[in-house]
Design a protein around this ligand. Structure first.
Ligand code: NDP
Length: 274
C-alpha cells in the first residue's frame, strides 16, 4: 500500500491527511476505535472537549504500541470556554493524559458572543507555552478569519468545516488556501452517506475501482487537497476508510463529483450557532 500523505502546515508542523473522528462515540467506543485505527495505520485522531470522550483517547494512547510522537492529537475549545481557554486546555490535557496536544482548535466562532478574538489571543499564549504545537479554528467564515488575522497577526493553520460532496464550500476552501490555511473536512461522509452514497456517479466509481462508496468519497477529499477525518466505531469500517491510498480519481471523475454540490448543510450554520 502507498504511504499515507502528510501535509505541512504554515507553522512548519505536519498533519496526516487522513485521521479518525470520534464525535458521538462514548469514552469506551472512542478508546476501542482509536486503538483499532492506530493498529491499521491511522496516525491522527480528532476529538473535542464537548464530545466527552477525551478520556477514551487518553486510554488508547496508553494502550497502543505506537509512539506518542508518531500520533497527531487534535482537541477543541468549547464555546462556553472561549474566555477560559487556559483552564479548558488544562482539563483536556488531563483527560488525554498528555503534556501537550498537536492541534488545539476553537470549535465555533459564535459571532454573537463576540469573544473569538479574545479566545484566539489566549490560544496564541497556549501555543507559546508549548501546551499545543499548533492552533486553528473550526467553522470560521471569511469575515471571522479576516478579523482574527487583522487583530492578532496570527493566522490559524487549519479551518475545520463541514465539507462533503453535497456541501463542497469551494469559495471558503479557496480563500483558506490563498491564506495558507489548511481546510479540514468534518462530516466528510455526510454522516454515513446521507444523500451521497446512493448517487449514481459514486456507485459507478465504486464499481470501477472495486471500492466502497465511502472509500470513493474519502478519496475525493484526499484528491481535493483536504484533510479528512471520517468517524467510525466499527473496526471493519475503520480499516475500510483507511484503505484508500492505492488509487486516485481522474480529473473528469472529480468534475462529476463536483456537480453533486447542493449547498445543503447537515450541521448548524456558523453564523447562527452561539
Ligand atoms: P462522518 O461523515 O464521518 O460519518 C460518520 C458516520 O458514518 C457514522 O455513523 C459511521 O458509523 C458511518 N460510517 C463510517 N464509515 C463508514 C463506511 N465505511 N460505510 C458506511 N458508513 C460509515 O460524520 P461525523 O459527523 O462524525 O464527522 C467526522 C468527524 O468530524 C467527527 O467525528 C468529528 O471528529 C469531526 N466533527 C467536527 C465538527 C466541528 O464542528 N468541528 C462537527 C462535526 C464533526 P459507525 O461509527 O457506526 O461505523
Amino acid at each position: 500500500m502507498a504511504e499515507q500523505p502528510i501535509i505541512k502546515l504554515h507553522d512548519g508542523n505536519h498533519i496526516p491527511q487522513l485521521g479518525l473522528g470520534v464525535w458521538q462515540a462514548s469514552i469506551d467506543e472512542a478508546r476501542q476505535a482509536a486503538v483499532a485505527a492506530l493498529q491499521v495505520g491511522y496516525r491522527s485522531i480528532d476529538t473535542a472537549a464537548i464530545y466527552k470522550n477525551e478520556e477514551g483517547i487518553g486510554q488508547a494512547l496508553q494502550e497502543t504500541d505506537v509512539a506518542r510522537d508518531d500520533i497527531f492529537v487534535t482537541t477543541k475549545l468549547w464555546n462556553d470556554d472561549q474566555l477560559n481557554a487556559e483552564r479548558a486546555l488544562e482539563t483536556s490535557l488531563k483527560k488525554l493524559q498528555l503534556p501537550s496536544v498537536d492541534l488545539y482548535l476553537m470549535h465555533w466562532p459564535c459571532p454573537q458572543k463576540d469573544s473569538y478574538v479574545q479566545a484566539w489571543q489566549q490560544m496564541i499564549r497556549l501555543q507559546e507555552q508549548g501546551l499545543t504545537k499548533s492552533i486553528g479554528v473550526c467553522n470560521f467564515n471569511e469575515p471571522h478569519l479576516k478579523r482574527l488575522i487583522e487583530e492578532t497577526g496570527v493566522s490559524p493553520v487549519v479551518n475545520q468545516i463541514e465539507l462533503h460532496p453535497m456541501l463542497q464550500q469551494r469559495t471558503l476552501h479557496a480563500w483558506n488556501a490563498l491564506h495558507q490555511i489548511q481546510t479540514e473536512s468534518w462530516s466528510p461522509l455526510a454522516q454515513g452517506g446521507k444523500g451521497v452514497f446512493e448517487q449514481e456517479v459514486i456507485k459507478r466509481l465504486a464499481q470501477k475501482y472495486d471500492k466502497t462508496a465511502a472509500q470513493i468519497v474519502i478519496r475525493w477529499h484526499l484528491d481535493s487537497g483536504l484533510v479528512v477525518i471520517p468517524k467510525s466505531v466499527t473496526p471493519s469500517r475503520i480499516a475500510e476508510n483507511f484503505a484508500v491510498f492505492d488509487f486516485r480519481l481522474e480529473k473528469s471523475e472529480m468534475s462529476e463529483i463536483a456537480a453533486l454540490d447542493s449547498g445543503n448543510r447537515l450541521g448548524p450554520d456558523p453564523e447562527e450557532l452561539n
